[in-house]
Design a protein around this ligand. Structure first.
Ligand code: ZN
Ligand code: ZN
Length: 558
């Protein structure tokens, strides 16, 4: 739709595409399922013309119409639209006047006062564009975990028929929040066949390199994918080697050398080159006298010492999570009703959830008035009464206002079961003010958790300037949890902060902040982030039965 708008296409056509996109985003069923069932054109706003185009995209990973449009629109213009904060209208205006072809030219232009002479352009517009350029540069070559994992799984699936074993390795397997490429490993006795299958996958946009046992391609969004084919007897060693991190691998090799052994990507060997292990990753650890170290811990952040002493953390796992405690419904800016979210959570096997819609000052997100909050609570109670094996907790994501007070009175908050408190405004305030706002919120007896504690959006918004040491100290003292927000744009707290907070005695809640069904699938990213921060099961409150979870903060009140 952005590309169409640039071309100055019929506004009705533009609007039709935008509406279709919104309707597709809001679909309960997966678009692919509908496509297979031939029912795509039943989606509101999608006629047979668009349905055909979507079907084409799903089948081939590309859309001829889109490719054609990309060709018609000047390259510089298409690039400009990818810059956050530069909308299609602005981009076209700039392009028409200055014929900008590259991001570098745009940046240079912003640093003159030429743009300020364009009607409607203010200094603020120019500053926004400059900030957008910076973000764009940082984002290039950086892929969010939640985008890379599904893609990597899909690629592995394509290769399953052409190899004995296929898996992704690298920083993606260690579940780092941002990855730069995808490393795929295949065990095969016939590398040529495996490589051929890899190069002919429908998602391949271009082939960068190919050899006897390896190949590199580019797929969507410029993402690079490297394949390495190994002999099945080296599978485990190769998986370990290519999963990294480099620092961890060095420590493992040192350990092998101390035992008179040699560890490399082919296997673990003794002095006479006899293979002691290699086919299975677990055997390598065992032969080196270590318990299996999960990939999320392989950063040389102390895992080698802990493993040697038998003190690896008892990590929280996705299946340990009993309830999601940060969710939005149509009461505020969620896509589904309270009842629909409850059903979805029950289907996922949860034992409880908290419905935490936005509070009144957050008008843009449909925040609830005092009165609506009480109606919302009534609905939660009604839904809760329907089930004997499932709790629906009446909650809110209450805004911590710019002056540090909460958006609802204590009398109202006291009527709820579960309160998340978050900052959504005033990000530019100074460190002392921001810290004081959060500290004050934690001292409120009803606030059980601070939502997305640093406010960052990966690749889009930096964390706000807050004294996390102070926040963590106060969180531990007041028995207020810190959230590990599982949305892969946030992952907030991040792994390093999790580690720090754990050492300071903080407890955590891992929630998805779901605004629709699909968001609930993000839980594993939050759990992985917690794991990377060495967080154990007993520190995660939503691993516990609901009563125990609810009793946690009460001890502070006494
Ligand atoms: Zn929020
Ligand atoms: Zn939220």
């Amino acid at each position: 739709a952005d590309l169409l708008e640039i071309q100055g296409a019929n506004p009705f056509r533009i609007r039709a595409y935008r509406r279709a996109a919104l309707n597709i985003e809001g679909l309960a069923d997966n678009v692919e399922t509908l496509s297979l069932g031939g029912s795509l054109d039943k989606i509101p706003g999608i006629g047979s013309d668009l349905a055909g185009k979507i079907d084409e995209y799903l089948r081939t990973g590309r859309m001829e119409f889109h490719e054609q449009l990309k060709k018609e629109v000047p390259l510089g213009l298409a690039k400009m639209v990818e810059i956050p904060s530069v909308g299609p209208k602005t981009a076209k205006e700039i392009y028409d006047r200055f014929r900008i072809e590259t991001i570098e030219d745009l940046e240079a232009l912003c640093k003159t006062d030429k743009l300020l002479c364009v009607p409607g352009f203010k200094q603020k517009t120019v500053d926004n564009i400059l900030r957008g350029i910076e973000l764009y540069r940082r984002r290039r070559g950086n892929y969010l975990l939640g985008r890379a994992v599904p893609l990597a799984r899909e690629l592995c699936k394509y290769l399953e028929g052409a190899a004995e074993r296929v898996a992704y390795a690298g920083s993606l397997r260690r579940m780092k929040e941002i990855v730069h490429d995808i490393d795929i490993l295949a065990a095969s006795k016939d590398p040529a066949k495996t490589i051929q299958a890899f190069l002919t996958m429908p998602v391949v946009e271009s082939v960068l390199a190919q050899g006897g046992t390896k190949a590199s391609i580019r797929v969507q969004d410029d993402m690079q994918v490297d394949l390495r084919v190994v002999d099945p007897q080296s599978w485990g060693a190769a998986m370990h080697y290519f999963t990294g991190s480099k620092a961890h691998n060095i420590r493992m090799r040192e350990r092998a050398i101390k035992q008179g052994l040699k560890l490399n990507e082919y296997g673990l060997f003794d002095a006479s080159e006899k293979r002691l292990a290699g086919a299975e990753e677990g055997d390598i650890f065992e032969k080196l006298g270590l318990p299996y170290i999960p990939p999320v811990l392989r950063e040389d952040w102390g895992e080698m010492e802990a493993a040697a002493e038998g003190k690896l953390p008892n990590l929280v796992e996705p299946e340990d999570i009993r309830g999601d405690l940060h969710m939005h419904t149509t009461w505020s800016d969620g896509k589904y009703s309270a009842e629909e979210m409850v059903d979805a959570a029950r289907r996922r096997g949860y034992k409880y959830i908290a419905l935490t819609d936005h509070s009144k000052s957050l008008g843009v997100a449909g925040g609830l008035s005092d009165e609506d909050l009480m109606k919302h609570t009534d609905e939660c109670r009604r839904l809760d009464a329907k089930y004997s094996d499932f709790r629906v907790l009446a909650g809110t994501e209450v805004d911590i206002r710019q002056d540090g007070t909460l958006d609802y009175s204590d009398e109202l908050l006291a009527k709820l079961d579960f309160v998340v408190a978050s900052l959504h405004t005033g990000f530019k305030q100074d460190r002392a003010t921001l810290t004081a706002r959060v500290v004050r919120a934690m001292q409120n007896p009803y606030v059980r958790v601070i939502g997305h504690p640093t406010g960052r959006l990966l690749g889009d918004r930096d964390p706000y300037d807050i004294d996390l040491d102070e926040v963590m100290k106060e969180a531990a003292r007041t028995r207020t949890c810190l959230e590990v927000n599982a949305n892969f744009h946030r992952l907030d707290l991040n792994d390093i902060h999790c580690r720090k907070a754990r050492e300071m005695g903080v407890h955590f809640i891992i929630s998805t902040d779901s605004h629709n069904y699909d968001d609930m699938l993000n839980l594993p990213y939050g759990v992985a982030t917690a794991q990377r921060g060495w967080i154990e099961k007993d520190r995660v409150l939503n691993v516990k039965p609901v009563e125990e979870m609810l009793n946690f903060k009460k001890k502070f009140r006494l």
